[in-house]
Design a protein around this ligand. Structure first.
Ligand code: FES
Length: 146
């Protein structure tokens, strides 16, 4: 189901192209609306503000790490993308929300291993700590309590 469709915009604001648009919403919806504005060649009328931190994935080396999911008795491999998306792509159901490090819904306990925080760039030590899966990349083999 699409959360945005131009017919809805045209129904409620038929002359929307004549107005400056201020957008507020999740990144996926923003991309959808901005794509539409770009296709309509009115992207200059689209204004938005990002409230989440920009996640930089570009400097990550491509490597694969094993992640042991302690409460599920599973072991999976994750690549260089964030741990949340890696595990979701494997069909593992995990609680999440914003996917940008804001809501804390994806937070879990890391029992062992090192991760890189994609917002701060900080690499953790091997100790037990809470991490946000959506903004963490595995740097070593991990054990997670999920
Ligand atoms: S999903 Fe919101 S902080 Fe990770």
């Amino acid at each position: 189901m699409d959360f945005f469709h131009e017919t809805i915009l045209q129904k409620y604001i038929p002359d929307f192209k004549d107005y400056l648009t201020f957008f507020c919403g999740p990144p996926a919806l923003k991309q959808l609306v901005l794509k539409f504005y770009t296709e309509e060649k009115i992207q200059d009328q689209f204004q938005s503000e990002d409230f989440g931190a920009t996640i930089q994935n570009g400097d990550m080396e491509s490597s694969t790490q094993k992640v042991k999911l302690l409460f599920r008795a599973r072991e999976e491999e994750v690549g260089s993308q964030n741990i949340l998306d890696s595990l979701l792509n494997k069909g593992i159901s995990l609680q999440h929300g914003c996917k940008s490090g804001i809501c804390n819904t994806c937070a879990c306990m890391k029992a062992k291993g090192r991760v890189k925080n994609l917002i701060t760039g900080k690499i953790s030590d091997d100790s037990r700590e809470k991490i946000k899966l959506c903004v963490s990349v595995a740097m070593t083999e991990l054990q997670l309590e999920v």
